[in-house]
Ligand binder design. Structure first.
Ligand SMILES: Nc1ncnc2c1ncn2[C@@H]1O[C@H](COP(=O)(O)OP(=O)(O)OP(=O)(O)O)[C@@H](O)[C@H]1O
Ligand SMILES: [Mg+2]
Length: 464
């Protein structure tokens, strides 16, 4: 978990607050000290500190210092240590949202207690903030995560065709998000208030299929003791999602084609047809073209449902999205399981990037959930990933520390490379971590952790 970053506006100068010894005892943390209100305000503007400590030397000086910092960062938790404490100053400070107002002349132990308490609170907030940011940060489109060019093309097609009622065929490997596409299309159409009816074409027994789709009249066949509405009618006004449409038996394909062309259904055993208004979205992970060639799928039905086609890219072709999705799933699982997880290790991330993901997003989600459930560390590592994934990704065993062997030597080189790379990268981007992460094609959280492991701070690369 990240240690809190503390900012000190020490108007007393080093002689005032005995912060040096206090801070030494509250280690480790990230600390910065300024002695003037102007410099302090500049330093905290646009930077994320967890706690501010203000020391005041002159009588009635505290409230002014607090106001200067408040203007720069209205949310920064503050504690004031006043050399000339007065009731009026205390009231002013507390009204300005200061968490604690302390007397500098009081015992050092009391001061330390107060700081430790505020630190604990700041640490808790920092941990919560990490989770919250990770969950809110990624670009999302109707429940999709991912910013890769391949996915942006998908969003753009969805945006363009959602509102019209054209039928859509969604193709893609298993777990790529075909159902998400269908739901997004429905949500963004004028049919959103009507039902979205998913039908798993591979899961309905052949004998029941016709009546499931089109319904039946009472007594239409043995066991039909009541009149029943079919799925097509049920979707009237809304969207019928034909999942795994390639599994439909040929006989039903012919009947379905008629319904789609005429927009009318006839229940099994009925004389009359009923008109229906449905939009059909079909999905398949099979190659329908090849099935048509082999005579397993009707060509006319294929043309009918293939008006607009959305082809979902496999996860391995989505580049950085893997890291983004992994971080999101890790944080969500950590929150659900109540585990303090700050993200995956850089090595674990590398393994995820190298793996082929035949089960795509669903497989990634499961692998991450398992890793979070199993791990004993705040930063799940390669050892928390399933062996077969690590092996398939061609990742070496982690090196034992400093044994002079190949892995240890390699680790030294890697560390040297990382430090130099990060230094150059951050210099180029003037300490802008988001921009640096984009260039490095690393998730921002991963880059932060990498920087932290080399004790690098974006602020030191900033140019004024
Ligand atoms: N881009 C994405 N961002 C976030 N979650 C996603 C994304 N793509 C898929 N998922 C999630 O992954 C899981 C699988 O998605 P979905 O069921 O839509 O895939 P599918 O293509 O229909 O899979 P199958 O072929 O196995 O039916 C779901 O939990 C879904 O929410
Ligand atoms: Mg599906």
């Amino acid at each position: 978990m990240r240690q809190p970053r503390i900012f000190v506006l020490d108007a007393c100068g080093a002689a005032g607050l005995p912060y040096a010894s206090l801070v030494a005892r509250l280690q480790p943390m990230d600390l910065r000290v300024e002695t003037g209100a102007g410099a302090a305000a500049t330093a905290i503007r646009g930077d994320a500190w967890d706690l501010g400590v203000v020391t005041a030397r002159e009588p009635a000086e505290a409230a002014g210092l607090v106001a200067a910092l408040r203007a720069a960062d209205p949310d920064l938790p503050l504690v004031v240590v006043d050399a000339h404490p007065t009731v009026a100053a205390a009231r002013e400070c507390l009204q300005a949202g200061v968490g604690d107002y302390l007397d500098l002349t009081r015992a050092e132990a009391e001061l330390e207690d107060a700081l430790a308490r505020l630190l604990a609170a700041a640490r808790r907030r920092a941990a919560e903030e990490v989770l919250r940011r990770a969950i809110e940060r990624p670009y999302t489109f109707e429940g999709f995560l991912g910013e890769s060019p391949a996915m942006r093309r998908v969003y753009s097609i969805i945006e363009r065709v959602a509102a019209s009622s054209v039928d859509v065929l969604v193709t893609g490997e298993t777990g790529t998000g075909k159902e998400l596409v269908a739901r997004a299309l429905h949500q963004r159409s004028r049919r959103a208030a009507a039902p979205f009816v998913p039908v798993d074409c591979g899961a309905i027994p052949d004998a029941l299929m016709e009546s499931e789709f089109f319904g039946h009249e009472r007594g239409a066949f043995t066991g039909a003791d009541a009149r029943r509405m079919g799925l097509v009618e049920f979707a009237d006004g809304g969207t019928l999602f034909l999942d795994e449409v390639g599994e439909l038996p040929l006989a039903l394909q012919a009947k379905l084609l008629r319904v789609l062309q005429e927009r009318r259904v006839r229940r099994v055993g009925a004389r009359q047809e009923t008109s229906v208004d449905v939009r059909v979205i079909a999905a398949t992970s099979r190659n329908l073209d090849a099935m048509v060639e082999r005579g397993e799928f009707r060509r006319d039905l294929y043309y009918r449902i293939n008006v607009v086609r959305i082809d979902l890219p496999p996860l391995r072709d989505r580049g950085d999205d893997i890291g983004l999705l992994a971080e999101f799933f890790a944080n969500r699982a950590a929150q659900e399981m109540g585990k303090p997880i700050s993200g995956l290790s850089i090595d674990a991330y590398q393994v995820l990037r190298n793996y082929r993901w035949p089960g795509n997003v669903r497989e990634l989600q499961n692998v991450i959930r398992r890793a979070i459930a199993m791990t004993r560390s705040a930063t799940p590592d390669v050892e928390d990933l399933p062996d077969e994934i690590v092996a398939a990704a061609g990742h070496g065993l982690p090196a034992p520390d400093g044994d002079g062997g190949f892995f240890a030597r390699r680790a030294e080189h890697v560390a040297k490379f990382e430090k130099q790379y990060l230094g150059e990268l951050l210099t180029r981007h003037h300490g802008d971590v988001s921009a640096a992460a984009r260039e490095a094609k690393l998730p921002r959280g991963t880059l932060y952790r990498l920087m932290k492991s080399h004790a690098l701070d974006g602020a030191t690369f900033r140019t004024k």
